[in-house]
Design a protein around this ligand. Sequence first.
Ligand SMILES: CCCCCCCCCCCCC/C=C/[C@@H](O)[C@H](CO[C@@H]1O[C@H](CO)[C@@H](O)[C@H](O)[C@H]1O)NC(=O)CCCCCCCCCCCCCCCCC
Length: 538
Amino acid sequence: MSLNSDIEGTLFKWTNYWGGWQARWVVLHGGVLSYYNSVDEVGKGCRASINLTASDIIAYPNDNTRFDVVVANEQRWYLKAANPGERQAWLISLGTSKANQAEKEVTPDRIASGSHDKLRQSMGEVRLFCDLLVRQAVNVKVEAQKDQPDIQKISDSSTLLSTTCDTFLATLGRCMDLSESVLAPPTTTTRLLRSQSSDGQHALPKLRIQRSKQKKHTTKSIGQSPSWSPSSLASNKAAETDPPLQTSSNEVTSPSTNLNSETSSLSSLTTSDSASSKTSESNKTRSNSPLKQNTINEKLNSSEANSNQVCEALHEYRGSPVEEETMLTFFSAMLHSFSDIVLEEDGGISTISFLSACEGIIPFLDTIGSTAFAPVKMDFMGNISKLRTKHSSEPSRFATLQGILHQEIATSTTKVRNSATDALMWLKRGLRFMQKFLLIFMNGERNLTFALNQAYSVTLKPYHGWVVKGIFALAVKAAPYPNNFIKALATNPDHAQDKRFLGILMEDVDQYTTAMDVVLNIVDNFYDQFKLESTAVV
Ligand SMILES: CCCCCCCCCCCCC/C=C/[C@@H](O)[C@H](CO[C@@H]1O[C@H](CO)[C@@H](O)[C@H](O)[C@H]1O)NC(=O)CCCCCCCCCCCCCCCCC
């Protein structure tokens, strides 16, 4: 699906130390980015142009108006938009344009011959983020060493540092994948192991997480208790020790890769422990017979599990007839879901469980893989990251979301820039949007554009100005067709063809949205009670 990505307007371009930033008329047309000294020059020949195919777009995490367009470390345009909204519009157009070009280029030969270039580009990104990391770490250190350090400044710089660190690691992961494919093109089996997800996550951390997850069997969670009542639930301390699952990404250097059937098969395997532990308790209709995954899990969970064993297990699994209980959906395969959130007796929501459940959504945005979702992903992950930073500053005090909000109320900091209250407010609005959309879909609406617009009208739209409404409109245009959407929600796309799959998916969506509703109602009520909701339009 090609989208129109043309855009033109004024951007500020870095010239040199004497000239500084100069306003330029910049035009993106047909995959080529050109600039003119002014709009009057258009038609008389541009000053310079860049073909986006071989370029990277780097968004600065610490200045939301800046971005660079880089050509294989040879040419670099330092650009600055008048405001963050305009930068977003440019990033989306540039990303979409790159995606359109990439779509035209995908042939096996070109992929092979392009690997070296991609590797070189990727190495450039690694250096850039490494550079940013060092500078941001120095900022934190300098502030911390002052006689009277500004705690807010340290907290802001650390958030930034953590986000850049995640981006750096994700970029490094991608770079390593590329270098492996350049040194030795992957065989089917090694590729299965490495391409767990498109954001730089690999099988190993997930296996580690799966083992620790077994501790959770004794606790009850929202999804496991249809007749849920806060007092029947105990706090889940095991979840507090889980490391964060997702990496954060502030750059839109290349369009996210779609999961292919092989990677999807792998994700059904690597997450099958959580899925089988969940299905065994919460999805009763699919829990009675021993799962084929048990064999696989034994292999995956064994400390000696190595790539060969995983591949063996994978082949065993793939050669078997599909049993209903092995048809996992994105929801049942999630390592951390809203149905796993354990509420305190007083309705307190575990911060870590909540954030992990939010992070569980991100791979879906990667799966559907359009760069039009990049701003959504960035915004969503930015808020998760703010809350994680807040939690890490005093884990016991901020063990629940309510604990965080109470502290900011007590210190009158709910409205300050980058407050956790603000981050949670936007996070819950986004989640409510998603929940409404899924409910409309579950009720039989197969026109995704319509469903997204309906959900948007009653959740996010009242808080969005015209620029963000435009971003939403672009994202909706990039929404997948219904069949592809359903396929993206299967851990193995082949299962989506099975006539039993839709029923299984609907069951899982029902359970997921119900658990989301419980959590969101608690948070919404808290915001109402303490008048934390803002009506400001962004
Ligand atoms: C089929 C998939 C289609 C997905 C379509 C998604 C469309 C969402 C469009 C929303 C665009 C939002 C872009 C960013 C907007 C931000 O400007 C806005 C305000 O940001 C906040 O500003 C504060 C300062 O003013 C700042 O302090 C705060 O930190 C910052 O957040 N943000 C928002 O409006 C929040 C948008 C969140 C959108 C979340 C969408 C979640 C993904 C939905 C996927 C649906 C698919 C369902 C399948 C699920 C499978 C698990």
